[in-house]
Design a protein around this ligand. Structure first.
Ligand code: SAH
Length: 221
C-alpha cells in the first residue's frame, strides 16, 4: 500500500487545505510575491522533515531535522527568497547551508542555477535525493565550509546564507558579482540581524531586514 502521508500531494495535516492556510498566514505577515507563495504551497515540506513531524510541516515554525540542525520557518524562507529575488535579473545563486534542502527547493524554479554548500555530508546526501525525487535538476551540491564559498562557479548574482555568521564572510563578499546581492543573518547565537548586502561599484551597501534566529555558521568542516 502507498503511504499517502509520504506522497507529494499529502493528506490530512499535509493536505492542500493545510498548505493554503500556511500561505494565507505568510500573506498576512507581509509576503507579497505570488511566485514565492506558490512555491510555499507546492513544495511538499512534509517530505523534508522526519515522518513523526510530518503533521506539523505546514505550521509556520522551524523544526528539528536531526544532527542538531533545523528546517527554517516558512516565513523566513519566503522573506529571504523575496529579499534575494525582488528585481533580480541574474542567473546564478550560491546557497550556504543546504540543510534538508527546503529553501533550495523553494528557490529552484525561480532562478536558473543554484550552487549549494553544506558541511554535514549526511544532510547533503538526503537533500540531493529529495530534490531529485521532486524533479529538480538545476542544483549543484558541494560538501564543504560555507565560509569559503564555492570559488569555482563564482562570482554569483545572488548569495543566500541560511546559518548565522558572526561577521560578514570576506570570501562570500569576494564571490558576489557586481550589482549582486547577498542575504545573510549576522550576529550572536539566538538573535541575528538579517542583512541584505549589495555589491555596488566600489563598495557594499547594507540594509537590515529585521531580527532572525538561525543555527550558527560553523567554522571548518
Ligand atoms: N536551508 C535550510 C536550513 C539550514 S539550517 C532549510 O531550508 O531549512 C543551517 C545549515 O547550515 C545546517 O544544515 C548546517 O549544517 C549548515 N552549516 C552550518 N555551518 C556551515 C558551514 N560553515 N558551511 C556549510 N554549511 C554549514
Amino acid at each position: 500500500m502507498i503511504d499517502q502521508s509520504r506522497s507529494v500531494q499529502g493528506i490530512g495535516m499535509t493536505s492542500a487545505r493545510t498548505r493554503d492556510r500556511l500561505v494565507q498566514r505568510l500573506k498576512d505577515n507581509g509576503i507579497k510575491s505570488e511566485a514565492i507563495l506558490n512555491q510555499i504551497r507546492n513544495v511538499p515540506r512534509h517530505l523534508f522533515v522526519d515522518e513523526a513531524l510530518a503533521s506539523r510541516a505546514y505550521e509556520d515554525t522551524a523544526l528539528p531535522i536531526g544532527l542538531g540542525q533545523t528546517i527554517s520557518q516558512p516565513w523566513v524562507v519566503a522573506r529571504m527568497t523575496e529579499a534575494l529575488l525582488d528585481g533580480f535579473e541574474g542567473e546564478t545563486v550560491l546557497e550556504i547551508g543546504t540543510g534538508c534542502g527546503y529553501q533550495t527547493a523553494v528557490m529552484a524554479p525561480l532562478v536558473k542555477k543554484i550552487y549549494t554548500v553544506e558541511r554535514i555530508r549526511e544532510l547533503q546526501r538526503k537533500a540531493r535525493q529529495r530534490l531529485r525525487d521532486l524533479d529538480i535538476y538545476n542544483v549543484e551540491f558541494r560538501p564543504g565550509d560555507g565560509w569559503e564559498g564555492w570559488r569555482k562557479y563564482g562570482p554569483y548574482d545572488g548569495i543566500i546564507v541560511t546559518a548565522a555568521a558572526t561577521e560578514l564572510p570576506e570570501k562570500l563578499l569576494e564571490q558576489l558579482a557586481p550589482g549582486g546581492r547577498m542575504i545573510i543573518p549576522v550576529g550572536p547565537t539566538g538573535c541575528q540581524d538579517l542583512l541584505q548586502v549589495t555589491r555596488c561599484n566600489d563598495h557594499f551597501e547594507q540594509v537590515s531586514l529585521g531580527t532572525v534566529s538561525f543555527v550558527p555558521l560553523v567554522h571548518g568542516t
